[in-house]
Design a binder for this molecule. Sequence first.
Ligand code: FAD
Length: 428
Amino acid sequence: MSRVCVIGAGAAGLCAARHLLVEPGVSQVDILEQAGQLGGTWVYTEKIGYDDFGLPIHSSMYKSLRTNLPKEIMGFPDFPVPESERSYLPAKDMLAFLQLYSDKHGVTKHIKFNHHVQLVIPKAGPSGELWDVTFKDMTTNISETREYDYVFVCNGHYNTPFIPSIPGLKEFEGDVMHSHDYRVPEIFTGKRVLVVGAGPSGMDIALEITSVTEKVILSHHLKEQPKTVFPDNLVQKPDVARIEGSKVYFVDGSEDVIDVVFLCTGYLYNFPFLHKSCGIVVEDNCVEPLYKHLVNIHHPSMCFIGVPYYVCAFSMFDLQVRYYVRSMNGTFDLPSSEEMTAHWEEEKRDRAARGYTKRQAHMMGPDQEKYYASLASEARTRTLPSVLTKIREESSIRFLHNLKHYRQDIYKIIDDDTYEIISNGKRE
Ligand code: FAD
C-alpha cells in the first residue's frame, strides 16, 4: 500500500487527491497546504509581500478578475462548472467551485492547512526509493518529517515574478511593480504607467487602469496586433530599449515620460523545497528532466502536476493525474530512465527546430491536443475532447480582438468536436 504526499491544495493538488483517495493501492494521502484555505491562485487577498506567518504571498489574484476562458473550459472532466453559472466566472466563483469539488470528493478533510513544505529528499528504502518530506505547522511552529512512497508536486507557477533585464530599470526613479502585487486600479490614479507585457494579465489590467490613469503605455511584441479599440489614454508601443531618469525609450526610436513601470512579464517555476538530490533543475524557466512535462526522470516516484501552460488547465490536471496514477497501479509501465531521457531530448530538439525558445519549453498552445493524446494513449485512458481546445482557441482570439466585450460571449458544447456560440458579446 502506498503513502502519497501532495504538495499544495490549488486546483492541481485537489485534483490529484480526488483521484488518489479512490485508488485501492493508496493507503494514505496527505495534502500539505501552506495557506489557511484551499484554492491557491483563486484566493484573493489585499495583502502583498508576506502573510501572517512570514511566508511570501502566493496568490497573484486581483480584485476584478474574471476568468479569461469560458466556464466550459474551467471545469474538470468529471465535474464541470454548473450550467447555471455565467460564462466567464469571477475569481470568487471559481474559488467556490473548487471548494465544492473538494468537499464533494471528500478531499477537504485530508488537507493539512497552514502546513508549509520545507524540504523534500529522496532516500533508499528496503524495496525501492522513498521520500522524506519535512513540513512545518505554521500555527505551532513545529516541524515534522514524514516518509512517503510518492510525491505529487502541485505548488503552482504563478507566484514568483519574472523580472526582465531592461537597461536602466534598476536606476528608475519612479515606482516599479509586478502584476503579482496588483490588486486594485486606484494605486495608479493620475499616473503615467508603462505596462510591460501583453499576456492575459497585461492586457486586462492595462485596460482596467485606463479608468484612473493619465496615460497607459502598453509595450509588447505580440506577433498579431490586437484589434481591440482601447480608450484614448492607452497607446501601444514595441519593446522597451532602455529607461533613463523618468524617460522610456522604445526600440522603434520613440520615447515617453513615465511615473510607474508595471511589469506584467509573467512568472518563474520555483520549487524551493526540492533538495538538490531530487535532480530537478530550473534554468531559463525550463524544468528538467521531466518525462512528458510530468514525471521526474531521475526519480519517477515524483511527479509534477500542471507544468504546461496555454492549456485547458483543470482538464489537463485531471488527465495528468489519471496518467500518473495508472503508472502507480500497474495499468502501464513507465519507460526506462534512458527511454524517458531520449523522449525529452527529442522533444527539446523538435521544439527548437520549430522556433521555440528554452523559456517556452512547457508552452503547449497548438501542441496541446497532441500532448493530451500521447498521455491518454500511453496510459490507456480517455483523452480530452477536442471541443475544449477549439473553444479555448476561439476565446483566445476573441480576447485579443474584443477585449472589452468577449466575456459576454456564451458558448454551448454540442458534442466532443463541436460547439456553438449561442450569444455574442458586443463587437468592436
Ligand atoms: P495554485 O493555484 O498556485 O496552487 C498551488 C498551491 O500550492 C497554493 O495553494 C499554495 O499555497 C500551495 N503551496 C505552494 N508552495 C507550498 C509549500 N512549500 N508548502 C505547502 N503548500 C504550498 N487559468 C485558467 O485556466 N483560466 C483563467 O482564467 C486563469 N486566470 C488566471 C489569473 C491569474 C491572475 C493567475 C495568476 C493565473 C490564472 N490562471 C488561469 C492560471 C491558474 O493559476 C491555473 O489555472 C490553476 O488555478 C493553477 O492551479 P495550481 O494548483 O497548479 O496552482
